[in-house]
Design a protein around this ligand. Structure first.
Ligand SMILES: N[C@@H](CCC(=O)N[C@@H](CS)C(=O)NCC(=O)O)C(=O)O
Length: 152
């Protein structure tokens, strides 16, 4: 039987959108609870690590966006067909995490000169580097990221 899922996050895509994509693709119903900034300080104290997203599975709270996504991907056949394919999925998730980290550093840089330098490096080097890698992987897999099927 499908568990009762409640996804708790802010009203944003952020670290929850890949989880929503999995639910949508797998056709699984879930509660999409979006927390307002006003309600967050009180709720924060009750969350497993004081951060969101949290997925409640039959009332049990689970933290960490990628752990949640990986669990759901396994449940709904989106985590690769073999251990090797699952490993390739994890590699891509972590590579995207590295890119997101660089984007975050740019977003939070306070010094205007350093910010501009980061922006130029990102546009000229980092993004083309990752896009080229991802394009090669997809081209080598006949249009899929991993194996010959949809995965997350
Ligand atoms: N590693 C965690 C990071 C979670 C995280 O940083 N969540 C942010 C929103 S994207 C948050 O809850 N911020 C509110 C706060 O720090 O109080 C994950 O991937 O779930």
């Amino acid at each position: 039987m499908t568990p009762h899922y409640k996804l708790i996050y802010f009203n944003a895509r952020g670290r929850a959108e890949h989880i929503r994509f999995i639910f949508a693709y797998a056709g699984i119903e879930y509660e999409d609870e979006r927390i307002s900034r006003e309600k967050w300080p009180e709720l924060k104290k009750k969350m497993p690590f004081g951060l969101l997203p949290v997925l409640e599975i039959d009332g049990k709270p689970v933290a960490q966006s990628n752990a949640i996504a990986r669990h759901l991907a396994k449940q709904y056949g989106l985590a690769g067909k073999t251990e090797w394919e699952s490993l390739q999925c994890d590699v891509l998730v972590d590579a995207l995490g590295d890119l997101k980290q660089v984007l975050w550093q740019l977003r939070t840089e306070q010094d205007p000169i350093k910010k501009e330098e980061r922006k130029v490096k990102l546009m000229r080097e980092t993004i083309p580097f990752y896009l080229q890698k991802f394009e090669t992987i997809v081209a080598d897999n006949n249009g899929y990221s991993v194996g010959n099927d949809v995965s997350t």
